[in-house]
Design a protein around this ligand. Sequence first.
Ligand SMILES: [Zn+2]
Length: 165
Amino acid sequence: MAYTYDLQNNILKANKTELPLDDLEQNLVGTCSKCNADVVSISYHLQDERTVVASRCSACGQMYAILYDEYWVWLGEHILKEVTSSEQEDSENADSISEETTEPTEELLALQAIPLKKMETTFTQAEIKTLFAKANGKKYVRQYLYRARKKYQKFGELFDIYLQI
Ligand SMILES: [Zn+2]
């Protein structure tokens, strides 16, 4: 798989498919295989169940796409090739993707309408976080979602709110 990155717009592509942006965070994510200096993350992207972290060596500037699975287990890394925005051909596609992800879903609106105190009586923090992530179309831990789903009935009986996430 070939990874390219537009530094100006934080657009990461895998074989010309843009991967949705999940986070812009600078963390130390490894050491450069060229010069051994620190590699720092630039942005986090989602690719199916995986996270691809666009990162750059703080010394030589070499960029890497580092892959993790849904449990943050390291899967491997690829050289990340820089492209400039003028080389980004399908900007129309990119626009429609970002619109989709920024518009809150009905699931998310329904979830936001529930007072957190009520959620906390039934769900753990991890489960609540997972429900929001799922409703928001973001990366989530399936195990927590399954656990939370088992409590929907109880939550419904307590508060007459029936979740459908
Ligand atoms: Zn380096």
